[in-house]
Design a binder for this molecule. Sequence first.
Ligand code: SF4
Ligand code: ZN
Ligand code: ZN
Length: 303
Amino acid sequence: MVCKCGKETYFRRKYEGIDLCKECFAQSVEKKIKKNIRINKLISRGDKICVAISGGKDSIACLNIMNEIAKKRNDVELFAITIDEGIGPYRKKTIKKAEEACNLLKIPLKKYSFKEEFEKPLKEIIKNNPKLNACTYCGVLRRKLINQKAKENKATKIAFGFNLNDEAESVFLNFVFGNLDKFLRIGAKVESKTIKKFVPRIKPLREIPEKEVFAYCDALNLPYFKEKICPYGKESVRKTIRKYLYDLEEKYPGSLFQIVNFADLIIPPLNKQVLKKRKIKYCKICGEPASKEICKACELLEK
Ligand code: SF4
Ligand code: ZN
Ligand code: ZN
């Protein structure tokens, strides 16, 4: 099989039943991302967008497409942010890739670390609490730091490289744990008009399956970290769900889209009901938005 343009196949997109050459594939991925941005109004005039990058394929693909868009508009500003949690050589290597990509695309990169901001790297933070999973600390503290630093740098939005698989996993995960609050925060744009200090989050790659993100970065020769995964990333429910969804998509192409589409269908009416009853709180220690008196990050740091 060959691409519709006659060139050799680079990627077979099963859920659409088409073969694409390298150029047509990259163009088609970009077209899908731009459509998501347009339909969900992810970018507005005057935006200063902070792209959260780790150096992995998702964040680098996100950085590249945001750069393509920002280059063509003079009303959108861009910068990247990366966090060194203090995981050791693994994170040092991914940050190197983040720097390489920012240099290549000429995007300013701001670097922050747990060590400087929370006084200790992740390795030491978890020493005091071995019962808790490293990922719990890492995820909560990283999100807090990204939001805080984006705000300090006057960002109006934070772009994350979440792909379709990530989003479908989140739907399942929150369903499995019955976490309605987190479930309602799923979407292409997460914002709150009532919560101050919360920088809206956008997910431009949300409709792109993980396999295509890899293929997109390779098609464009973008630098990204390809080697082994984080040493703390052990067995988890998310990983089990990830594997299950991969198998499901292989057997029934299009399943991931259906899962995310279904969530998109039921979240807005549910949100209307829940928002009416929700009381906004701000952490007593750091002042950031929180669901309880003390935010999750401060709670973990106190421990
Ligand atoms: Fe952090 Fe866990 Fe991801 Fe490693 S696997 S970067 S510890 S969240
Ligand atoms: Zn082609
Ligand atoms: Zn706090």
